[in-house]
Design a protein around this ligand. Structure first.
Ligand code: F6P
Length: 320
């Protein structure tokens, strides 16, 4: 293999730039040419492709977002979309690819591999919800961003003896809520993976007040419900003078943490090694602190992501 491509797809995540940089620099180190594809699979189909030099990835390691831009592109599921992509790969002489993103990106990577273009998937999403890895690129930065906000919310919550509902991202997964909630000393964490009772939530707020707590911070994963709806349910039981903060897309941005940069660099370099060995249809991950590469389809179809629910139990024990 002489020429490889790299693209970022789906929701962006801090650390994607660090991963692309690693793919480019490791690729050049291994004597490969590396092409950057803009706007994910949409750009691949449209031929929005350019050769990347060493200098194109200078000063990118510290930047959030993705300088290759990203897009959600469901059309890539169709044969027509895939054939157009292959035309472009042939036009640019690209023989293998690295794809950063979530499960949609993994399916695209598998489709290209099956059509003879070995492709490696790297897990990049703040949601941390991709099977086959304990951690995804962007998750650590996102939880630190949430943590910063929780610390600030606690200041004002304490001053006014208020209850705050802080809605965090995660799509259907509770990872962001769990990790940021424990780190931020939240009184309650509500995640899709655990049932909750609004009556118990109210009881816990009341008990906290009785124990002398000056604030009550509830971290709510978006996969459960919207923060305002949660507040409305709570208000039917009692008026706790609730304020709702939806952190929103601030969680997707920002300079990646050291941990995300190292993870992204390691994953990027590993992907190039696998392509050099002629391997494709694999997704890279970190499991029990070891870098692994597993079959994409087996990973998507036979493995599910489960957040570390021991954090949920831990928080119950140490939050009162
Ligand atoms: O997958 C990342 C994520 O930020 C989710 O947490 C969130 O539900 C979704 O993307 C938001 O998508 P969009 O940026 O398209 O609004």
């Amino acid at each position: 293999m002489k020429r490889i491509g790299v693209l970022t797809s789906g929701g962006d995540a801090p650390g994607m730039n660090a991963a692309v940089r690693a793919v480019v620099r490791k690729g050049l180190y291994e004597g490969l040419e590396v092409y950057g594809i803009n706007y994910g699979f949409a750009g691949l189909v449209a031929g929005d492709i350019r050769k990347l030099t060493r200098r194109d990835v200078s000063d990118k390691i510290s930047r959030g977002g993705t300088f290759l831009y990203s897009a959600r592109y469901p059309e890539f599921r169709t044969e027509e979309g895939q054939m157009k992509a292959i035309e472009q790969l042939d036009r640019f002489g690209i023989e293998g690819l690295v794809v950063l993103g979530g499960d949609g990106s993994y399916r695209g990577a598998y489709a290209l591999t099956k059509r003879g273009y070995p492709t490696i998937g790297l897990p990049g999403t703040i949601d941390n919800d991709i099977p086959g890895t304990d951690f995804c690129i962007g998750f650590d930065t996102a939880i630190n961003t949430v943590l910063d906000s929780l610390d600030k919310i606690r200041d004002t919550a304490t001053s006014h003896v208020r209850t705050f509902i802080v809605e965090v991202m995660g799509r259907n997964a509770g990872d962001i809520a769990l990790w940021a909630g424990v780190a931020g000393g939240a009184e309650q964490i509500i995640v899709p993976e655990k049932d909750f009772s609004i009556v118990e939530v109210a009881d816990t707020i009341r008990e906290g007040r009785q124990k002398g707590k000056k604030h009550s911070i509830i971290v709510l994963a978006e996969g459960v419900m919207k923060g305002n709806d949660f507040a409305a349910e709570l208000a039917e039981i009692e008026n706790f003078h609730v304020r709702v903060t939806e952190l929103g897309h601030v969680q997707r941005g920002g300079s990646p943490t050291a941990r995300d940069r190292v993870l992204a660099s390691t994953f990027g370099a590993k992907a190039v090694e696998l392509l050099k060995e002629g391997k494709g249809g694999l997704c890279v991950g970190i499991v029990n602190n070891q870098i692994v590469a597993n079959d994409i389809i087996d990973t998507l179809e036979n493995h599910t992501h489960t957040p570390d629910l021991s954090l949920f139990e831990l928080n119950k024990q140490i939050s009162d």
